[in-house]
Design a protein around this ligand. Structure first.
Ligand code: HEC
Ligand code: HEC
Length: 200
């Protein structure tokens, strides 16, 4: 069943692989608009504090969707709901173009081998699919599909994201992440988050 879902998703991805056009003008406009984001997300979205996710290198489709989620309060984070409420569609597109144009930097430290195993192979006994199937073997994400880049992310943020998916606090009900996260223990989340943070 899970394999079928993944196959269907890959087919969808292939069919809709029309890339979002990111123009230089949009990146330039986004740079100016991103000045208000730097305090929390760091210079070029490379991170400033582990409680705020890194945005550098994230694909425009995912960034756009999340900013719309914050604007429409599908995702409830007061600081981000306030920031997103005044953004126009054009602002959102420019910000997505800007942050996607930079590269993330990995976190220091050793990743536990369990984390790598979960990431690359999943946990068949618990019906947890390999993260790499959707997020890519290097954590680079899948830009045409809008599956997020994960590599280099702060482990604390990744654990929070997984916890919020599991509790239903985050995202849409049909998000594949909800059931995946519900099948994971906190230790498994921590292990995979450390591995994701170490990916270059
Ligand atoms: C006052 C601090 C603050 C400011 C300013 C801020 N953010 Fe955020 N942002 C957050 C927090 C906190 C989260 C984490 C949400 C969570 O825990 O799920 C977040 C999450 C995000 C995410 C989701 C990332 C992901 O990987 O899912 C995006 C996209 C984002 N912010 C974009 C922006 C943009 C663009 C701006 C500027 C226009 C901005 N933020 C300004 C605090 C801030
Ligand atoms: C079937 C495809 C699929 C698989 C398999 C999958 N993911 Fe995801 N993941 C997604 C999608 C789609 C999203 C975006 C959800 C949204 O828009 O709310 C996502 C979002 C995430 C996020 C949030 C990123 C951010 O910046 O906030 C994290 C963390 C994550 N996944 C981790 C994992 C881990 C760890 C695994 C393996 C145990 C995994 N995913 C397996 C599709 C998948």
């Amino acid at each position: 069943m899970k394999t079928k879902t993944i196959l269907t998703l890959s087919a969808m991805v292939t069919m809709t692989a029309t890339c979002t056009v990111v123009s230089a003008a949009s990146i330039q406009a986004g740079k100016k608009k991103a000045e208000v984001c730097v305090g929390c997300h760091g210079e070029k979205g490379k991170g400033a504090n582990p409680i705020f996710p890194k945005l550098a290198g994230q694909n425009p489709k995912y960034l756009t969707r999340q900013l719309e989620y914050f604007k429409n309060q599908v995702r409830n984070i007061p600081a981000m709901n306030a920031v997103a409420s005044s953004l126009s569609d054009e602002d959102i597109a420019d910000l997505g173009a800007y942050f996607s144009a930079h590269s993330p930097e990995p976190e220091e430290g050793q990743a536990p081998p369990e984390g790598m195993k979960i990431y690359l192979s999943g946990m068949a006994d618990k019906k947890v699919p390999a993260c790499s199937a959707c997020h890519g073997p290097q954590g680079q994400g899948n830009a045409p599909a809008g599956f997020p880049l994960l590599k280099g992310q702060y482990p604390a943020y990744t654990v929070k994201a997984l916890t919020d998916f599991a509790s239903g606090e985050r995202g849409e009900e049909k998000s594949p992440m909800r059931t995946i996260a519900q099948r994971m223990t906190e230790d498994e989340m921590k292990a995979v988050a450390a591995y994701i943070g170490s990916l270059k």
